[in-house]
Structures are given as C-alpha cells and as structure tokens.
Design a protein around this ligand. Sequence first.
Ligand SMILES: [Zn+2]
Length: 388
Amino acid sequence: MKTAGTGFRLAAALAVIIILITGGRPLREHRQFPVEIVCGPGVTEIRPLSHYLPALKDTPADTPVFILRGTETGGAALIMGNTHANEPEGMLAVAIMIENALVEKGTLYLIPFFNRSASLNTRPGEGYPLYFSLLTPWGQKKFRLGNRDASPLDQWPDPDVYIHYPEKQMLSYLDIRNTNRTWPGRRNGLPMEQVTFAAMELLRRERVDMAIDLHGAETMFPVTNCIVAPEKSMRIATLASLTVKSMEGFENHLESSPEKFRGLSHREIGDYSDTLPFLLEAPIPFLDQPTGAKTEQLFLDGRDDFLLSLAGQKKLFVPYDQSGWPLDRRVGQHLSVTLEIIRQFSRKTPERAVVIRNVPRYSEIVTKGTGSYFHHPASAEKDRVVKL
Ligand SMILES: [Zn+2]
C-alpha cells in the first residue's frame, strides 16, 4: 500500500539518480576526450608499450611510444611525461618534441602519457578543473588534466599496505597506482607494475643510455626546480644544471636520489639497468595546498596571492613574485634541461651521442608560448595524428 513514506523514499531515490547522472557525465566525457598529437617529420615509428610486455595489450594502461630514429647511428634516450598526470608540463614538453624534433644521430623514445590511466583519472574532490587549453596559432587546443595515480576503474582494489617489489619496502596503499613508486615493476604484477616493467624492458632491449622522467612539484616542497639523480648520473646532471643556470638564466639545482626510498624512476632504473636516470621537477604553484581556488587560470599562470604572501615570509623553495610561475616557464625549463642532459652526455660519450634539432628551448617557449609549437590536427595527414 502506498504511504507518504514510500513517496518520500521514491523522491529521494530519484534525486540520488539525478545527482549520479549529472555528476558522472562530465567524468565520463573526460575519460573519453581525445588529446590529439600530430607526428612531426622526425617520427619514424609508433609502437605501443605493450610491444615490450604483451600482457598490457588492449588495456587502458597501454600507451604509445613515439620513436624518432636518426639517420646516423648513435645512442638512445627515453623521455617520459605524465608519469603523474596532474603535472602535465612534462607531457607538453614531450608532445612538443614529437611534433617538432628532428634527430640527426641516435634514437629518441618518447612517451607523452606514461601513466595513461592517470590521465583518464580526475581530482574533482579538490575542485581541480577537468581540462586546460592552450592558445595556438590556429585556435585553442584542449588537454585533459589527470591525476597523480592510475584510475581505480583500471586498477582496484588497493592493498592495505603496498609492499614494493622486489625490495619489499612498505609504502602507502595508494602508491600501488603511482608509476613513480612501482619501478622496476613486475612482469606478472598489477597493471602499474606492468607499465614500469615494460619500460624497463624497453630500456634494456633498446640499450637506452638516458631515461628522463618529467615532473612538477609544489613551490613549498624542497625537491622542486631541480634534477634528481643517483650517483651514476650525477656528473652529467651537474654539468646540465650549471649550464642552464649560466646560459639560460633560470634556477636549477641538484638533488641526490636517496638509496633507501624505493620504487622511484631515478633510483630503480639506475639500479636495475645500465641506463642513466634523471628526474626533472618544475615548480607548479597550482599543486600547493595554501592557494586560492584551483582554477584553470591558476594552473596556467601560477599566480596566487597566498603564495605571494608566503614568499614574503620565506616559506617557498623557489623565487616567487607577482609574475607567478607560468606554464611556459615550466615547459621551457623541462625542454632546456632535457636537451642539456642529452648534449652533455653526447659530448662525454660521442660514440653513443644523440643529436637533436628543432626543439625550442626556455627563452623561445617563454617568448612565443607553449601553444605556438602545436600543429593543427585538422591540417595534418590522418595517419600522422595520434589520439591519446
Ligand atoms: Zn611527479
């Protein structure tokens, strides 16, 4: 028999369904939104990461590896963006290389969406925008803003405690979905362990000399605006850091990779392969906790009054003024430091040199803007446009 209570329960159920549909739809659209990258003339092959571990094939964790093989044989470098997809400066730097770089000697392996599942994940609970757009010569180019960890839709449930393989260190349960805690990975592990295992296979099989993992960090965190490197990479990292500081005029310092903190690319790649690892951090004010609203504008220009006040109290680890820390500076830093690491390695080891042309450096990105280096997908040949 129908009662007033039943009517109320029906109305409440209907309200919950409406909230779920209207709240869920933008998240579904975000997950399906394609980011288009136009392959420049330097791209000679595209291969899925699952080439190095077939178990990843046809999963949301698989991701394209863009290969730029030079005309002359030499060494090899792997560059990864979006290990943390809420730090997309690295992805933009790698995408600019895919669209523009020409390799004269050696081979570049470029992975713009290293943790592709994290790029499909969102952070709505903290009010993060779902997208950001860049102004290009042909209009606005829109990108997904992802999260730090792989989506629980792709890897779940999490363990109570994540026990790192093979070092057995106990880490936070969340880090099992963080591809900068799952190195060197495991062939039969969970998807994110398989992503890092496949990348280790790439490094070993392709005899990669350098692996550069591009990140960003809070201005209130000491490990920012720097290169993190283990002992074996430190000589090249030091030369690169000193050169960009003196020649290009932006701050950059060195941090040594702690031996006892496991799972990070700058530690495990060096310990489990012959490759020299480097991890680059650029300051992202948007990631700091004490800021105003997490808007797309804050993400793009890095300007915030709370941070400005904290800078006056010397609470930040980077110089900070009214100009903030715009995206162009962050992307430009990544490109300059990456190019400088490769150049310094190539000078020291000429038989394994990697020689690259046509990639903008810091001052060019700051002057012209990140967006000016992206090509219009509609004007490119269809088979040269990759949807990520
Ligand atoms: Zn990061």
